[in-house]
Design a protein around this ligand. Structure first.
Ligand code: ZN
Length: 203
């Protein structure tokens, strides 16, 4: 019932390799292939072990290399349906910059898999919609208490406009029993910290 994971850090951005019974799931893949590949090598991780890839949101520093990973490893994409309309933004970025590839959906990809679907690939947890930083942001909440939150804004930095949405996103993860949050650009945050931040932001 557990999915251990490994953190890869490239220039202060964290990516996560989550163990499955048969291979690994890569959560987020930045935009610098060389640096990413070097970090994979340094961590003794191999592209061919990646059987699934997902991203927390379509910003290029999270989703830039997803198509490359799909091609290199034959990984299946795990995507939430709310993310699909935003793939065009990533495509526009690729066309402008020319150094990432647009994400192409394949028939074998998993679109909005539910708990049961994830269970079938040996992933114990669920995808949770956590808007706030962007409307297409999702988190992966594992049953072992780890929740990967991408760029979900800290309750401390929420403004009046976004405060309620951000608070609801954190609450959804807390309600699922998250004990430690793994943001993409900061060290892990224990659930108690977020609870107290939510309280103080509501005062
Ligand atoms: Zn972002």
């Amino acid at each position: 019932m557990n999915n251990p994971f490994q953190t890869l850090t490239v220039k202060s951005t964290h990516f996560f390799l989550i163990d499955l019974p048969d291979g690994r799931l890569l959560l987020d893949a930045g935009w610098e292939l060389e640096a990413f590949a070097a970090q994979m090598k340094a961590s003794k991780a191999s592209f061919t072990d990646i059987r699934y890839v997902m991203f927390t949101h379509t910003h290029p520093d999270h989703a830039g290399l997803v198509q490359e990973i799909k091609q290199r490893s034959g990984a299946r994409l795990i995507i939430h349906e709310v993310q699909i309309p935003y793939l065009k933004d990533l495509r526009a970025f690729s066309e402008r910059k020319g150094w990432t590839q647009p994400i192409e959906l394949s028939s074998t990809d998993l679109v909005s898999p539910n708990r049961r679907d994830l269970e079938q690939i040996g992933l114990h947890g669920e995808l949770v919609e956590t808007p706030g930083h962007s409307p297409d942001s999702i988190s992966l909440a594992l049953d072992n208490g780890a929740a990967f939150t991408g760029d979900l804004t800290s309750p401390l930095f929420a403004d009046e406009e976004t405060g309620a949405v951000i608070a609801a996103s954190w609450q959804a993860l807390l309600d699922r029993g998250a004990t430690t949050f793994y943001p993409s650009h900061t060290p892990p945050v224990p659930a108690e910290i977020i609870r107290s931040q939510l309280k103080s932001s509501q005062m």
